[in-house]
Design a protein around this ligand. Structure first.
Ligand SMILES: Nc1nc2c(ncn2[C@@H]2O[C@H](COP(=O)(O)OP(=O)(O)OP(=O)(O)O)[C@@H](O)[C@H]2O)c(=O)[nH]1
Ligand SMILES: [Mg+2]
Ligand SMILES: [Zn+2]
Length: 320
């Protein structure tokens, strides 16, 4: 039986603390660290510019700077830090990541168990955007599911169900919610386990509202972080991790704008459509792009209904 992530972290923590102690004994040249306290493990809650908000195991929050030459850390990272003055510290090491999520070559968060793509009735969901997120997640090897929020604004819920049935049919689970009217919030909450979940999606779809709904006493925490990082209260500007009181973590992230969309290669797009997998390599031509080629296994699969026509259309829209 393999070690759990927490067990691995414990082992790494003990090793990293030992190294940090040895460095201190050897006489550290960095003046800040000379007076710093004992090395501790912390969880990165958020990053703003070069600063990190790090939570110690005691739950205490510290504003930290990173020691030179260590890789920049992000929400969800486990780090070793040494306390310096009041509520401050220096991050001296980054513990090994289980996984990481990047968007447009920018690291967003680390050590994530589940992605939730949040879309809404208003601003209305776009298939291209949905597919782009799914492709990124599939290529990163991270599980992703979909939340459709603000369903109370829809005049035609049947249409929404039809639109998302193609995603459900290939194995993505879809939750239909209204944060405003509390629709299906409890059943959604029951899906969230002891794991680390990240909410992604366009600006204004209700990611932060949903997180507030799932963690009722969150307002305090949001204000605390807002004051320190001088964030606006409405739109999310920093990817931030929040604890669910009953266990598990939720990571809120800023909504994307058009220009932040990832450049996806055709290869990534192809492997991002999970139900295409059994047919890849089965086409007549080795370099088949699955567009106009004869004896294309993907197109044949569409014809016999093994691949949803709309999914294939979406694929074509993405690659061209
Ligand atoms: N009608 C309706 N409005 C909602 C619902 N959920 C959230 N909203 C509203 O949608 C707006 C945007 O919500 P946010 O939670 O800030 O959206 P976000 O996804 O966090 O946006 P960014 O932080 O910019 O990425 C707010 O005015 C919310 O009150 C809902 O279920 N129905
Ligand atoms: Mg937000
Ligand atoms: Zn083909």
């Amino acid at each position: 039986m393999g070690l759990t992530r927490r067990q691995q972290w414990r082992i790494e923590k003990i090793q990293a603390e030992r190294i940090a102690r040895a460095q201190r004994v050897a006489g550290d040249s960095e003046s800040l660290l000379d007076e710093a306290g004992e090395a501790q493990t912390g969880l990165v809650i958020t990053r703003y510019g070069q600063r990190l908000l790090v939570e110690a195991e005691s739950g205490e929050l510290r504003q930290c700077t990173g020691r030179q030459n260590i890789e920049l850390s992000v929400a969800g990272d486990q780090v070793i830090f040494q306390p310096t003055g009041d509520n401050e510290g220096v991050v001296t090491a980054l513990l090994k990541r289980d996984n990481q999520l990047s968007r447009s070559y920018k690291l967003i968060a680390a050590n994530i168990d589940q992605l939730w793509l949040v879309v809404a009735v208003e601003p209305h969901y776009q298939f291209e955007l949905i597919d782009r997120y799914l492709v990124v997640a599939e290529n990163a090897g991270l599980p992703i599911n979909i939340v459709v929020n603000k369903i109370e604004l829809s005049q035609n819920f049947e249409q929404i169900k039809t639109d998302f049935s193609m995603y459900e049919s290939v194995g993505y689970s879809v939750a239909y919610l209204s944060v405003n009217e509390q629709t299906n919030i409890d059943s959604f909450k029951a899906l969230l386990d002891d794991k680390t979940h990240i909410f992604l999606g366009q600006s204004g779809v209700g990611k932060s509202s949903l997180i507030n709904e799932l963690i009722p006493d969150l307002n305090l925490r949001v204000n605390e972080i807002s004051v320190k990082s001088k964030l606006g209260k409405h739109t999310t500007t920093n990817t931030t991790l929040y604890h669910i009181p009953s266990g598990g973590d939720l990571i809120d992230s800023p909504g994307i704008r058009e220009f932040q969309l990832d450049d996806l290669t055709d290869k990534e797009i192809l492997s991002g459509f999970r139900e295409f997998k059994p047919f890849i390599g089965q086409c007549k031509f080795r370099n088949c792009a699955h567009i106009n080629e004869p004896k294309c296994a993907i197109k044949q699969a569409v014809e016999i209904g093994e691949i949803h026509t709309k999914r294939y259309q979406n694929y074509l829209n993405l690659i061209t």
